[in-house]
Design a protein. Structure first.
Length: 296
C-alpha cells in the first residue's frame, strides 16, 4: 500500500519557468528551494499553473524529477499527472511514482466531458493501477466538466484517493463533500480567494497560485485559519485579496510569471497559446506588488 502523505497548509502549484522556449531548471530549482524556506508545506509541479498541456512527456517527467530532487524530502511532492486519456494518465502516474513523487494530482479529463460515472471509472482505473496517494482535481472552468460531491464520495471509498482539490468556486459544493465524505477524504481549496472560508468549513489548506509570489504570507493565512484565529486570518485574507484577484486578470500562470519576473526570480515567458500580458494588465500586477511592498 502507498505510504501515507499528510497534506495541509499552503501547497504551491508551481510555475514552470521557461527561457528561450525551454524549461529553465536553474530558476525552477531556486524557486522550489525558496518556497520551502518560506514555509510552503507541499509542492505541486506540472499542474495547470505549471503549463502542463504545453509540456512534452519528457519535459513533464524532468520537471517532476527536478522538483523531487530540489525538495530533498523536506516537503511532499504532489505530481500533476492528469490527462484527458485514462491510459496516458496511468502511464504518467506510474512514472511519477517511480521518480519518487509522494502523491499524484489527477485532474478531471478535459474536453471529453465525461459523465459522472465516466469520472468515477476514470479515477478508479488510475487508483487501481498505481499504488500512490491520489488527489482529485475538480476545476470545471478549465475542463468543461464539474465533478459532483456525490461522485467525490464514491471515489473516496478507494483508500488510495486521499484528497480533492476543489476549484469549482462553489462553497456549497465543498460543504456537500464534507457532509458526504466526513473524514474519508481531505478537501483542499483550489481557489486562492476562497482559502480562508474553505478552511473555516473544514478544508485542510490550499493548492495555491498566489503562494508562488507570497509563499510566507499564504502559509501564515492557512495557519491562522486552521488555528481559529478568525480576526487575524480575515485581516490577512483581505490584505492579500487584491493580489489574489490580479493574478487571474489573464489566464494563469501569465500574471504570476510577470510578478515573479518583477521580483527578479525568473523570466515572465509562457508558452503559446498563452500570450504575453497586455500592458495595462501588466501594470495592474506590478501595482499590486507595490501595494504589498514586494517590488518598487
Amino acid at each position: 500500500m502507498a505510504k501515507p502523505v499528510k497534506l495541509e497548509g499552503s501547497m504551491t502549484a508551481l510555475v514552470t519557468p521557461f527561457r528561450d522556449g525551454k524549461p529553465d531548471f536553474q530558476a525552477f530549482t531556486a524557486h522550489v528551494e525558496w518556497q520551502i524556506a518560506q514555509g510552503t508545506s507541499a509542492l505541486v509541479p506540472c499542474g495547470t499553473t505549471g503549463e502542463n498541456p504545453t509540456l512534452s512527456r519528457d519535459e513533464q517527467l524532468e520537471v517532476i524529477k527536478v522538483c523531487i530532487k530540489a525538495a530533498g524530502g523536506k516537503v511532499p511532492v504532489i505530481a500533476g499527472t492528469g490527462k484527458n486519456d485514462t491510459r496516458e494518465t496511468i502511464e504518467l502516474t506510474k512514472a511519477a511514482l517511480e521518480l519518487g513523487a509522494d502523491a499524484a494530482l489527477v485532474v478531471t479529463p478535459y474536453y471529453n466531458k465525461p459523465t459522472q460515472d465516466g469520472l468515477y471509472r476514470h479515477y478508479m482505473a488510475v487508483a487501481d493501477a498505481v499504488d500512490i496517494p491520489i488527489v482529485l482535481y475538480n476545476v470545471p472552468g478549465r475542463t468543461g466538466v464539474n465533478m459532483f460531491a456525490e461522485t467525490v464520495a464514491r471515489c473516496a471509498e478507494n483508500p488510495r484517493i486521499i484528497a480533492t482539490k476543489e476549484a469549482s468556486a462553489d462553497l456549497v459544493q465543498a460543504a456537500e463533500i464534507h457532509r458526504l465524505c466526513g473524514s474519508r477524504i481531505a478537501v483542499i481549496s483550489g481557489e486562492d480567494a476562497l482559502t480562508f472560508p474553505l478552511i473555516c468549513q473544514g478544508a485542510v489548506g490550499v493548492i495555491s497560485v498566489t503562494s508562488n509570489v507570497v509563499p510566507a504570507e499564504m502559509a501564515k493565512l492557512c495557519k491562522l485559519s486552521a488555528a481559529g484565529d478568525l480576526a487575524g486570518a480575515r485581516a490577512l485574507h483581505l490584505k492579500l485579496l487584491p493580489l489574489m484577484k490580479v493574478l487571474f486578470i489573464e489566464s494563469n500562470p501569465g500574471p504570476a510569471k510577470v510578478a515573479l519576473a518583477k521580483m527578479g526570480r525568473m523570466s515572465a515567458e509562457c508558452r503559446l497559446p498563452l500570450a504575453p500580458l497586455a500592458d495595462a494588465n501588466r501594470a495592474k500586477v506590478e501595482a499590486a506588488l507595490k501595494d504589498l511592498g514586494i517590488a518598487s
